[in-house]
Design a protein around this ligand. Structure first.
Ligand SMILES: [Fe+2]
Length: 327
């Protein structure tokens, strides 16, 4: 089997129109919106779907994260490379859990925490974004031209990169579900801090993180942008209408990403990132010791540390953003 990455995310949302405005700001293409909720396309063909939290067609997703319980990702659909892979996953999952196949040939089940997940043959296309010429000491490939990043412009993500769930207990056992049953590769081990994994069909450092912590539920979705400039432009674009930064910008030590996280009214956080480590089966997972290792999920730099981990209560006020009419 080969799982390529996150294909679709279905959210159940207290206020789909408010959450839609966030994803508009994040650069996603709004395909439709109305009484059903809203649907958004990412450039590579993956997608985000917002539905009302009361929509009974969505599976129930465990969540214990005060002030966020009414809005969360209700199901993650993973894209696979072929019908043969889909059938192999179905055969594996039916060994010990209920599996439902819908009319569109999407396979649905739950993981060991009860988080709903699905699998579908991918609709994505491969994208390559050329890195712009960049001058450095003694090397000037951008001779007589200004940097592209000097131009303020709208930015949009190329693809969904990864998701993160809170891992409320027994992280090694929960990790085995993904590694032993679904072929994910462990890429870094933070012990009680969490486990990073990539899909077998992806070179991303991680497609999934089970993050140890005080909560249960969906933690964040991350979208890949071309480069550091685009992540900076994203930050300006998202903050302009009033959405709140959670952490960032930051250069992570684990996976190396340049990242910027925002509170997402659809549920949890949304991260924009660039420059993630690309790895294959020659990568040797590292072991980090929470609380002992100074590099534990740390950063070489982070900006505006006073805004780190802004409590969720502070971003609810954005319903008063200009032009927004509360329902
Ligand atoms: Fe992330």
């Amino acid at each position: 089997m080969s799982i390529l990455g996150v294909e679709r995310i279905f959210y159940g949302v207290a206020d789909p129109e408010w959450a839609s405005r966030f994803y508009d700001s994040f650069g996603l293409k709004r395909l439709s919106s109305g009484a059903h909720g809203a649907d958004f396309a990412v450039e590579d063909g993956t997608s985000i779907h917002l539905r009302k939290a009361t929509d009974n067609s969505l599976p129930v997703a465990p969540i214990d994260w005060p002030m966020l319980n009414d809005s969360t990702a209700r199901e993650i659909i993973w894209g696979v490379d072929s019908k043969a892979s889909l059938d192999a996953i179905g055969a594996e999952m039916t060994k010990d859990r209920e599996v439902r196949v819908d009319a569109e040939d999407v396979l649905h089940c739950i993981d060991d925490y009860g988080y709903p997940l699905g699998f579908a043959v991918t609709l994505r296309k491969s994208l390559v974004r050329e890195f712009p010429a960049t001058n450095t000491v003694g090397h000037h490939p951008r001779l007589n031209r200004v940097a592209e990043g000097t131009v303020r412009r709208p930015v949009a993500p190329a693809r969904i990169g990864h998701i993160v769930y809170w891992a409320p207990r027994d992280i090694p056992q929960a990790t085995k579900f993904y590694t032993d049953r679904l072929g994910f590769r462990l890429t870094d081990d933070m012990d009680a801090g969490g486990m990073f994994m990539r899909c077998d069909g992806s070179s991303d450092h991680h497609s999934l993180l089970l993050q140890g912590g005080p909560h249960t539920g969906f933690q964040h979705v991350a979208f890949e942008f071309r480069d550091f400039d685009e992540v900076m432009l994203l930050g300006a674009q998202v903050e302009a209408p009033g959405w709140k930064t959670n952490i960032g910008p930051i250069r992570h030590t684990v996976s190396s990403t340049c990242s910027w996280y925002f509170w997402n009214p659809a549920g949890g956080l949304a991260e924009g990132y660039s420059d993630m480590d690309a790895v294959d089966d020659d990568w040797v997972p590292r072991k980090f010791q929470p609380g002992k290792d100074p590099n534990f999920y740390g950063s070489s730099w982070r900006v505006r540390p006073e805004q780190n981990n802004t409590p969720p209560g502070t971003w609810r006020d954005e319903r008063t953003a200009p032009g927004y009419a509360p329902k």
